[in-house]
Design a protein around this ligand. Structure first.
Ligand code: MN3
Length: 198
């Protein structure tokens, strides 16, 4: 099995004006593609690992041979994180369903949740991701550096935001806070609710 770049379920301009077309296109066809290519390269001589889904590799990083662990952590992580990120993006879906109820219960209100998530995203030092995850059934906002995935920590991702500069510099320059604000307009709540219910 060779890992391949997943197709997006929408066009590159579907998230405008919040995430611009050119950023989406480069992010998907160049950045994400590069993680896929490097993951395949790392697994080239590991026939036993080639057929495993990337999520499995990331969940079990510690069991990987030493010589490819870092490459899989970075590039397998990059592949898995981006694949997940694309799925939870859609413009103008409604905040509702079981996940909305759970968020209101855990954080007090949607506004409070936004505040907490934005704080997690803005305070991340350097490149990485902000996440809403399920940790033993409890909602939690966390950060991961680089391309590290919550899957490695046994947590289940529900929402994520790519905070590498390549995800926003074209439109937002150094204004990460504006990018984070805009993100709340493109969370695909239908999808997040589906994942939560699974
Ligand atoms: Mn990225």
């Amino acid at each position: 099995m060779t890992h391949i770049l997943p197709k997006l379920a929408y066009s590159y301009d579907a998230l405008e004006p919040h995430i611009d077309e050119q950023t989406m296109k480069i992010h998907h066809t160049k950045h994400h593609q590069a993680y896929v290519d490097k993951l395949n390269k790392a697994l080239e001589n590991h026939i036993d690992l080639k057929n495993k889904p990337a999520e499995e590799l990331i969940k079990n990083l510690d069991s990987l041979p030493k010589e490819i662990k870092i490459a899989v952590r970075n590039n397998g992580g990059g592949h898995v994180n981006h694949t997940f990120f694309w799925q939870i993006l859609k413009k103008d879906t409604e905040f509702k369903g079981e996940i909305a109820e759970e968020i209101k219960k855990e954080f007090g209100s949607f506004e409070k949740f936004k505040e907490e998530f934005a704080k997690g995203a803005i305070t991340l030092f350097g490149s990485g991701w902000a996440w809403l995850v399920l940790d033993n059934g409890k909602l939690e906002i966390i950060q991961t550096p680089n391309q590290d995935s919550p899957l490695t920590q046994g947590k289940i991702p529900l929402i994520t935001l790519d905070l590498w500069e390549h995800a926003y510099w074209k439109k937002y320059i150094n204004r990460r806070n504006e990018y984070v604000d805009a993100f709340f307009n493109v969370i695909n709540w239908e999808k997040v609710n589906q994942i939560y219910n699974k």
